[in-house]
Ligand binder design. Sequence first.
Ligand code: FAD
Length: 326
Amino acid sequence: MSRHVLVMTELRSGTLRQVSYEALTAARKLAEGGDIIAAVFGRDLPDVTAELQRYGANNVLYVDHEQLKDYATDAYLEAWTYVIEEKNPSVILAPYTAIGKDVSPRVASRLGIGLISDCTDVELLNGRIVFTRPIYAGKAFVKKTFREESRVFATLRPNNISAEEASDARAATVDKVSVDISPKSLRTVVEDIVQKTSSGVDLSEARIVVAGGRGVKSAEGFNVLQELADVLGGAVGASRGACDAGYCDYALQIGQTGKVVTPDLYIACGISGAIQHLAGMSNSKVIVAINKDPEANIFKVADYGIVGDLFEVVPKLTEAFKKTLS
Ligand code: FAD
């Protein structure tokens, strides 16, 4: 049975976020020959048709509007709802990012449809769409289906479905969608966005994360981790212990109440491994833990453990990687 699948893509600084390709890869599993429609939202949109087509989209919708320049809940709610109503897809896939988390439940509520959020996998079992999502802060996974498959809506956690280009990519048609967003309907307006300084690698999409905990002991201590992250082309993250202590910004917090990351390599430095921290990183592909305490809980989830002082171990790793990678 073929299905029309609508994928809500996401742009950052004019470039498609990786999770958009992951969602298109998931869409191909479900479409079974049906249309794969990719919707792009923003203002003065770049031409991303070729990329979207490579990952399987055969219809690209550009929803370009002044009010979509920066993310604002009400404006995106109007735009997403309009596109869904216009295209009437049987499956809607959106990223479980800050935007997707905020707008998807509102869209689902407005349209009176169900939503399965934060899915880590999607598959077809006996012809039914089955989503996998974590429960109990990632300690277990459940498989969920919709009772009726007339309208299926799910958000996908970044970095879980591996993005693959379509071997049978079809030519994509392009539509410009004109949506009516009245400034009067907007309860909040974004006046300005102040970009925080960062190494440039987005933590939630980084393939390598070097994370520090209270054991890093100071904001300056994080420079040692940043150097390792820079050499590896990764991003720096932190435990809540480190954020609470004021060593770094809460935007770096990983865990149950922070970001969930699933990089290829996670290097935990001076992090004890509290359950709330593990909730945000235990699905990383390879975990390396550096801790002075051989009994630290983090070693229970680590693939490689180094018992030692992070201020001795991390600079040595940085030097070694500098030599091997140069
Ligand atoms: P600590 O537990 O103090 O561990 C520091 C570690 O550093 C120790 O293991 C120590 O042996 C090691 N160490 C010290 N010096 C060195 C050195 N020189 N070299 C090597 N190792 C060294 N936490 C999160 O991280 N993310 C969350 O999202 C989160 N959400 C929470 C939500 C709730 C509702 C609650 C109650 C708690 C939450 N927490 C969260 C807090 C969590 O319970 C822990 O308190 C926190 O993760 C501890 O941070 P830490 O591992 O950096 O610090």
